[in-house]
Design a protein around this ligand. Structure first.
Ligand code: 16G
Length: 251
C-alpha cells in the first residue's frame, strides 16, 4: 500500500473520532509505525493530503506540525515533510546509579561529547545551597552535549564541589570514571524527571525541532558519607529514552 492509498479516508476519519487534525495525526502515526510511511520517505504535499482526505489545509498543517513537535516528522526547507529516522529507544533503569558512558557501552554504543563549558566558576544560588558550600567557594562546572552512536542524545550541565573534582579539565570521556579514580564516586542519587518542550537552543543542539518533547532531569548524587557530590541538570531527547522503574509492594 502506498501513502496515497493509506490516507484515503475509508474508516479512519469520522465524526466521533475527536478533532479531525488528531484523527489525521493518528493515521500518520499508524503509517509510520507500520512502515507504510518508512523512515526518510517524504509525505505527500499538504495540498494533496487535503484533497485526498477532504480536510482543510489548515487541519492538515496542524496535524503535521504536531508530528514535527513530537519528533516523528521533520520539515526540510524547500522539499517538504519527511518521516524522521527513529532513534532506537533506550531504556535507562531508575534503580541503578550508572553513568551515561556505562549505559551506552552496555548497549554497544560509542559515546562522544561536545564541550559547551568546562571550568571553575562561582555557583548559582541554587547550586550553592544544593552542594552545601561555604561562602566564597567555587565549583567545577561541566556542560556537555552527549552523543551516542553519532546521535545527539542529551545535554548535561553538572556542578561539583572543588574538593570532589579539583580539575574539571581531567574529565575527558567519563565524569564518573574520574570520580572513581579520585575516590569520590557517588553511591546514591535522587532524580527528578519532568516533561518539557525543548526551547530553541536546546532543540538545535539536540538536532530536533523547537518545541519537541523532551525530559528535564535533575540528579543530586551523594557520597557514602551523605555529602552531595554532584548536581546535574540534563535535558534528554524524549524520542530516545524510556526511564524504567521497578516497583515493589511495600508492607
Ligand atoms: C548520567 C547522569 C549524570 C552524570 C553522568 C555521568 C542522568 C540523568 N544523569 O548521564 O548525572 O553526570 O551520567 O556520565 O542519568 P559520564 O561518566 O559518562 O560522564
Amino acid at each position: 500500500m502506498n501513502a496515497h492509498e493509506f490516507l484515503k479516508p475509508d474508516g479512519w476519519l469520522g465524526v466521533s473520532g475527536g478533532p479531525r487534525y488528531v484523527q489525521l495525526k493518528r493515521r500518520l502515526e499508524e503509517g509510520i509505525s507500520s512502515g507504510v510511511l518508512p523512515a526518510d520517505s517524504s509525505l505527500p504535499p499538504e495540498r494533496e493530503i487535503a484533497e485526498l482526505t477532504d480536510l482543510s489545509r489548515v487541519t492538515v498543517r496542524k496535524a503535521i506540525q504536531e508530528l514535527v513537535k513530537d519528533g516523528s516528522i521533520e520539515q526540510r526547507q524547500g522539499s517538504g515533510s519527511f518521516v524522521r529516522k527513529g532513534l532506537p529507544r533506550l531504556e535507562q533503569s531508575l534503580s541503578h546509579l550508572t553513568s551515561f558512558t556505562e549505559d551506552m557501552r552496555r548497549r554497544g554504543l560509542e559515546t562522544t561529547s561536545t564541550w559547551l563549558e568546562r571550568g571553575i566558576v562561582l555557583p548559582s544560588p541554587e547550586e550553592f545551597v544544593a552542594l552545601g558550600l561555604a561562602a566564597g567557594d567555587s565549583v567545577a562546572r561541566i556542560h556537555r552535549l552527549r552523543e551516542a552512536g553519532g546521535q545527539p542524545m542529551a545535554l548535561e550541565r553538572a556542578v561539583l564541589p572543588l574538593d570532589i573534582l579539583p580539575n574539571p579539565a581531567q574529565v575527558d570521556q567519563s565524569l564518573y570514571l574520574v570520580l572513581e579514580h579520585n575516590g569520590h564516586r557517588p553511591v546514591r542519587a535522587i532524580q527528578k524527571i519532568s516533561a518539557i518542550n525543548l526551547a530553541r537552543t536546546e532543540a538545535d543542539l539536540l538536532a530536533v525541532a523547537e518545541g519537541t518533547a523532551g525530559l528535564s532531569i535533575t540528579r543530586t548524587s551523594y557520597l557514602e558519607s551523605g555529602r552531595v557530590a554532584e548536581l546535574t541538570k540534563s535535558v534528554y531527547r524524549g524520542d530516545a529514552y524510556d526511564f524504567v522503574a521497578e516497583l515493589r509492594l511495600s508492607y
